[in-house]
Ligand binder design. Structure first.
Ligand SMILES: [Zn+2]
Length: 401
């Protein structure tokens, strides 16, 4: 492993410049750029970043690499109705029509995620009788190819429902046997219509295989809050604290601060994390109040360029921008909080090693131009240098490993 020194960095947007000496994949020393201190290791490669900001690399807590059409010609989406049934139909049509293998499309999309600064990605891989485990196997092949650039977790996911697509229970189990890190479910009440049965199946299988659980929940109002409590109870009953995540969670979006606090306390007590969804059609949760309750939380790039949604570009910094914009954040401390969500809090969500750019932390880094952290949230720069374990893995928008 080559030693690297990044000269003239501004770690976490600091005003003063520092040199980061990296050895064996970790930050070995952080010294003032003016004092030319020798870190005591062979310097190897030297990169002068000229006063750019250095951040811990990004964490993408929720994406759908297998469905992404990244690298394909733009696919027109003309469906008028925006409803779950329409999206299901569009997804089925995409599965039928797209012939490019999942491994190629998922790989193209996750390379885009890495080029944007993510070095940890949790992606969902659809399972369904229409496609079997093709999504999982293709995503696993892409993960293999990107092994030096990113840590990738794959959650097998019944995108069209578990009970409403007979065969999916078996496919989820086969996915765990084939190497999926976890299993998920979609709207156990709203789509499948029998939340108790869905939770029995998913928690039962996850317990059997020591896997993680990740539900996507678009149920809103009281139904969504009830479901959240059911999942929290199961998590405690199965001793799975720290291994259950909820994506989207529409029911959190319309709550006032008191109700957000109550919901947050339920989740925090059960050790259930939230991958906050930023959606065009509804408000975002009160993330500051939610965080204050102790809930582990992150952001995700979600569906990106597919028949499910044309939106998304695999850029976590843009997600932080959306979140800050929809939250009407105007103070720098709040803008900076959205950045925390895509690195420090994201790492905490998935039990990853801490990275605060201190000596001994993993050298998983993003270097990007800008004056201040608030500025890069409001106006994300495109030009980024990305390091994983001290190796440059992406520069100028392209993965180089
Ligand atoms: Zn999703």
């Amino acid at each position: 492993m080559t030693n690297v020194t990044l000269l003239n960095c501004r770690p976490n947007g600091s005003e003063s410049r520092h040199d980061l000496h990296i050895a064996d994949g970790r930050i070995h020393a952080v010294v003032d750029s003016d004092n030319n201190a020798h870190p005591g290791v062979d310097n190897g490669q030297t990169i002068d970043v000229g006063g750019q900001i250095v951040l811990p690399s990004f964490i993408d807590g929720h994406c759908h690499a297998d469905k992404s059409l990244w690298g394909e010609p733009w696919s027109r989406r003309d469906s008028v109705e925006v409803s779950m049934n329409q999206m299901f139909e569009d997804t089925l049509r995409q599965w039928e029509e797209i012939t490019t293998p999942v491994a190629i499309r998922a790989g193209a999309f996750m390379r885009q995620c890495v080029a944007n600064g993510s070095t940890f990605i949790r992606t969902f891989a659809d399972v369904d009788p229409a496609i079997g485990l093709d999504g999982l196997h293709g995503t696993m092949a892409a993960r293999e190819e990107l092994a030096d650039a990113a840590d990738i977790q794959i959650v097998a996911f019944p995108q069209l429902g578990l009970l409403r697509r007979p065969g999916n229970e078996d496919l989820l189990e086969q996915a765990l046997q084939a190497g999926a890190d976890g299993i998920g479910g979609l709207d156990p009440a709203g789509v499948d219509g029998d939340a108790g049965r869905v939770l029995d199946i998913v928690f039962g299988l996850a317990g059997k295989y020591q896997a993680t659980v990740d539900f996507h929940m678009h149920e809103d109002g009281e139904l969504g809050l009830w479901l959240m409590k059911q999942i929290a109870q199961r998590t405690i009953a199965f001793g799975m604290q720290g291994r259950v995540t909820l994506c989207d969670v529409f029911s959190l979006a319309y709550l006032d601060a008191d109700a957000t606090r109550r919901a947050g306390e339920v989740l925090a007590e059960a050790g259930v994390a939230v991958a906050v969804g930023v959606h065009g059609l509804l408000p975002v949760p009160d993330v500051l109040t939610l965080h204050a309750t102790g809930v582990r939380m992150c952001l995700g790039s979600d569906s990106s360029r597919s028949q499910w949604s044309p939106w998304g570009d695999g850029d976590m910094l843009s997600r932080a921008t959306f979140l800050a914009y929809k939250s009407y954040f105007r103070r720098d401390a709040d803008l900076e909080f959205t950045l925390d969500m895509i690195h420090t809090l994201g790492r905490e969500t998935f039990g990853r090693p801490e990275n605060r750019l201190r000596v001994g932390d993993p050298a998983d880094l993003v270097v990007l131009p800008g004056d201040a952290l608030g500025e890069i949230v409001v106006c994300p720069p495109r030009d980024r240098l990305v390091l994983k374990a001290g190796n440059v893995v992406a520069r100028e928008g392209r993965v180089v490993v």
